[in-house]
Design a protein around this ligand. Structure first.
Ligand SMILES: Cc1cc2nc3c(=O)[nH]c(=O)nc-3n(C[C@H](O)[C@H](O)[C@H](O)COP(=O)(O)O)c2cc1C
Length: 382
């Protein structure tokens, strides 16, 4: 208030500049306050994680995100312990900033992958794909690394806290890749007000800084984005994969269709393409062959499960966007061009700061209104 009163005495332009500077300072301070816990647990300038994306989140994108102040995460879903070791070394050569490694709890060599992370002093491990067992958790904690886990519901999150996780990620069904059934907005309302003992990061459908700010204001410590980083200039995704993202609208990122409850399909969100249609036809065929006794239930199920094997690699690396899997979240609608990673992060922060600055501006104007004007406007409303 003092500032705004003072500013009105200055000449118009000078006063406005001072007001703007003050607004910017206040907005930055507020954002710092909102995501302090997230920055602290990550050790990064921005509490924005680049969600691990198999084939996409390798050394180049991970280092670019960390170098620009965010927090990159290597996706190890497709890697052997040897490959992971090479990737961690290569990432360290590209950035001195903190980054994490995403491990899938169902990976047959999970413990060996953990040992690789421990030997290379990885500071953060993000466990995905279900509740980790005590052995895996203990091994990571013993190495001194921080453990992040995904929680699909509040009870699950509480269990993870009891197991000793350092942070939780909640990811809604708007996200790209493997998804749960509940939207980000509902998960955030279910979990954020009730879980304060560890920092919580919100993921799924975040494409702009305004949404990021909204989750921070609801109590999140930070956010995780995947889809928005696919078309980063530093991302090695094939140009045809990137073009498909640039062309797509939110409604093109659809969840996989399951035809029969007896033949479960892993829910995955991806851009619809000819392979999506073939997947439905193939399910129909396998199910009718089972009904005619030509396949056992197990054989039919295996056919369904094997359909997408290698499909993400085909799309991301080979650029086969017809038969590959174009995993993408609904926030794909906000991907409009290839951009430098630093620019994407800057945009998110600027959008958040813009909201805060506008809010400070409107409070400032509200406070300088003379009391009789305020009374007058109330009278006018009757
Ligand atoms: C192409 C692609 C591959 C992904 N692969 C993985 C993965 O290997 N492990 C994982 O935990 N999450 C994976 N995800 C999810 C991301 O890490 C992230 O949580 C998600 O993209 C956030 O939602 P958004 O896409 O709406 O930003 C993947 C997402 C995409 C788009």
């Amino acid at each position: 208030m003092t500032e705004s009163v003072g500013a009105t005495r200055l000449s118009g332009g000078e006063g406005r500049t001072k007001e703007r500077d003050a607004g910017r300072k206040q907005s930055s301070a507020r954002l710092e306050q909102l995501w302090a816990r997230g920055r602290d647990v990550l050790g990064s300038d921005l509490a924005i994680m680049g969600g691990a994306m198999t084939w996409v989140s390798e050394r180049n994108l991970v280092a670019a995100i960390s170098n620009a102040g965010g927090f990159g995460v290597i996706a190890s879903g497709s890697m052997s312990p040897e490959l992971l070791s090479v990737e961690i070394g290569a990432t360290k050569a590209l950035t001195a900033r903190p980054f994490g490694v995403n491990l899938i709890t169902l990976h047959p060599q999970l413990l060996e992958l953990i040992d690789v992370c421990a030997a290379l002093r990885v500071s953060h491990v993000v466990l995905a794909g279900g509740l980790p067992n005590g052995a895996a958790m203990g091994r990571i904690k013993q190495s001194g690394a921080r453990v992040f886990c995904f929680a699909p519901a509040l009870g699950f999150a509480r269990k993870l806290v009891r197991m000793g996780v350092d942070a939780i990620v909640i990811e809604g069904s708007e996200a790209g890749g493997h998804i749960g059934p509940v939207s980000t907005g509902v998960l955030a309302q279910e979990i954020l007000p009730h879980l304060q003992s560890v920092p919580v990061f919100v993921a799924g459908g975040i494409g702009r800084g305004e949404a990021m700010l909204a989750y921070l204001e609801m109590g999140a410590a930070g956010v995780q984005l995947g889809t928005r980083f696919v078309c980063a200039r530093e991302s090695i995704a094939h140009s045809r994969f990137k073009q498909a993202f640039i062309r797509a609208a939110a409604r093109d990122a659809v969840a996989s269709v399951q035809l029969d409850p007896h033949f479960p399909v892993i829910p995955v969100r991806a851009l619809a393409n000819p392979a999506t249609e073939r997947f439905v036809a193939m399910q129909r065929q396998a199910i009718s062959r089972f009904a005619r006794g030509e396949l056992s239930q197990k054989e039919a199920q295996l056919e369904i499960e094997h359909f997408w094997a290698g499909a993400l690699r085909r799309a991301v690396i080979d650029g086969d966007i017809e038969s590959g899997s174009l995993m993408a979240g609904q926030s794909v609608g906000f991907v409009t061009r290839e951009q430098a990673t630093a620019e994407i992060l800057e945009e998110l922060v600027d959008q958040a700061l813009g909201v805060l600055a506008a809010r400070f501006e409107s409070t400032r104007h509200a406070t300088v209104l003379p009391p009789q004007r305020l009374l007058g406007s109330q009278d006018a409303r009757g």
